[in-house]
Design a protein around this ligand. Structure first.
Ligand SMILES: Cc1cc2nc3c(=O)[nH]c(=O)nc-3n(C[C@H](O)[C@H](O)[C@H](O)COP(=O)(O)OP(=O)(O)OC[C@H]3O[C@@H](n4cnc5c(N)ncnc54)[C@H](O)[C@@H]3O)c2cc1C
Length: 479
């Protein structure tokens, strides 16, 4: 058999593909990187970076608006969405060089722009050139799923791929989808002056989170003026630029129409699997998803996949983690496995909602024996000084105190959750966190306080009486 031209050929230059390409080149592999648009992918152009940059502008506007609560008289801010979006574009430009083709070429990666396809299990054809590689890696990401709603295709709508191009004012925004993308953008637009309405067929926002934790985010957004229509699906869309109407459907109710100037579709993601010649390559797709094993190998043993195209977690940090697993397996035949137990994530609303490990709902559904403990930010001094009392931390432990999961809804939750990610990864118990000194006054104290709840609740009146008797303590006797 003739020798392959490359050690690795990566298709897709987003978060996952870039890590594989850079890592492969650094380890001495000959790497080709095929990208159809621009290196950087969703995260840089349509995802994490622009959404967090817009949330930053939104927070600045909100902070001015709320300044009076901090004793600062400040006129209501004049908001220009166009200027905020220009800043979003400048943030993307500032980060872009990090993912530039020049940078990757300087690492020794051959960057090839265009769209290609497998013509057989070992050859990928692009613009008349046939690429052969010892291992291929599919890292083509995902795109917004657009539901088959009557009239939607004939009406103007936005997705995360177009919303950051807006420069005109958005007086009334309808958001279809109350998942992380929908609620983050709803809060951003609301704070930047839009009247926002969210519709979702689920009964709660952020349906993957426990209802009590997601409810904290919903009540904050409601307080900021966002309107919710949950348990409702949209059956029809009509209208033109500047005037969109959506019809809501709910059993037993007469039809309701909502109106907006703009409509944002944020109902989920679809993996990019089309036109890649997967059939010719012998790569099996089941129920619209790539079939991969725990080593991220597809049904063609020479083709791996990572990132959103595989899932199930659609995050930049999981894409990067999977990329590391693929590198080890593809180059070194290391039996590295993808992590599925300790996967932290965060929805970057204000307050944030972060989670790692089991939720209470999951523990219940899987009939796992668990205990749940919670502690409110309102009882953390730093949260009080900073006016950030909304929210709580919750931990799920086994009967022996071993941490099984944690969720934090509150200021800086995305930073705070890492202590629990480490605790989970190292199989720690709640008592391991109570023994650790936490700086005062920090929000991180909530991580210790919530763990202490277990000790406190285990101290029954009987146990207290035994301690009093054993050590001769003379405090009040409790029934
Ligand atoms: C609005 C929004 C906000 C988000 N916020 C966060 C966040 O705060 N934190 C977080 O962790 N994650 C966030 N995400 C998710 C994150 O952006 C994705 O999980 C991440 O980008 C996935 O990386 P990837 O490499 O798998 O895919 P992508 O980054 O999408 O990269 C795939 C690349 O493949 C290319 N491609 C596709 N098909 C082909 C083809 N046939 N040939 C050649 N090239 C192809 C694409 O052009 C693209 O460059 C957010 C997503 C969205 C939409």
């Amino acid at each position: 058999m003739s020798r392959s031209e490359f050690d690795l050929c990566v298709v897709g230059g987003g978060s996952a593909g870039l890590v594989v390409a850079a890592g492969g080149a650094a380890l001495g592999a000959k790497v080709a990187l095929v990208e159809r648009h621009a290196l950087g992918g969703d995260c840089l152009y349509y995802g994490c970076v622009p959404s967090k940059a817009l949330l930053y502008s939104a927070k600045a506007a909100y902070t001015r608006h709320e300044a009076a609560t901090a004793g600062i008289d400040s006129p209501s801010p004049a908001i220009a969405l166009g200027k905020a979006m220009e800043r979003v574009a400048s943030v993307i430009r500032a980060i872009e060089p990090h993912d530039s083709p020049e940078r990757f070429r300087s690492m020794g990666v051959e960057v090839i722009f265009g769209e290609g396809r497998f013509i057989d299990p070992a050859r990928f054809s692009i613009d008349g050139r046939e690429l052969t590689a010892r291992r291929f890696v599919l890292a083509t990401g995902s795109r917004p799923a657009v539901p088959p709603i009557e009239g939607l295709q004939q009406s103007p709508y936005l997705t995360n791929e177009t919303v950051f191009d807006l420069r005109e004012p958005v007086p009334r925004l309808l958001v279809l989808g109350a998942g992380p993308i929908g609620v983050e953008l709803a809060q951003a637009f609301g704070r930047l002056g839009s009247a926002v309405t969210i519709v979702d067929q689920a009964a709660q926002v952020l349906p993957h989170e426990d209802a009590d934790m997601a409810g904290i985010i919903q009540s904050r957004l409601t307080g900021e003026g966002v309107e919710f229509h949950l348990n409702r699906s949209v059956s029809r869309v009509e209208g033109a630029a500047g005037m969109i109407r959506v019809q809501l459907q709910h059993q037993g109710e007469s039809e309701t129409w909502l109106e907006g100037t703009h409509l944002l579709i944020a109902v989920g993601r679809k993996p990019n699997l089309e036109n890649l010649g997967l059939e010719a390559a012998g790569v099996v797709v089941e129920d619209g998803r790539l079939k991969t094993d725990e080593h991220l190998r597809t049904s063609n043993r020479s083709i791996y996949a990572c990132g959103d195209v595989v899932g199930p977690y659609l995050f930049t940090h999981t894409a990067e983690h999977q990329a590391g697993v693929v590198l080890k397996n593809a180059l070194f035949h290391w039996p590295a496995k993808v992590e599925s137990r300790v996967v932290p994530w965060c929805t970057f609303t204000d307050p944030e909602l972060a989670r790692v490990g089991l939720s209470e709902t999951e523990a219940r559904e899987r009939a796992i024996r668990y205990e749940a403990y919670a502690f409110p930010f309102a009882d953390i001094d730093r949260a009080v000084t900073d006016g950030a009392i909304q929210g709580r931390a919750k931990i799920i432990t086994g009967p022996d105190g071993k941490i099984l999961g944690a969720a934090i809804a509150g200021a800086n939750a995305g930073e705070l959750i890492h202590e629990y990610a480490l605790a989970l990864a190292r199989n720690l118990k709640a008592s391991d966190l109570t023994g650790l000194i936490h700086v005062y006054p920090t929000l991180a104290q909530i991580n210790r306080k919530v763990a202490e709840q277990r000790q406190k609740q285990k101290l029954t009146p009987v146990a207290r009486r035994w301690i009093q008797r054993l050590f001769g303590l003379r405090g009040e006797r409790r029934a």
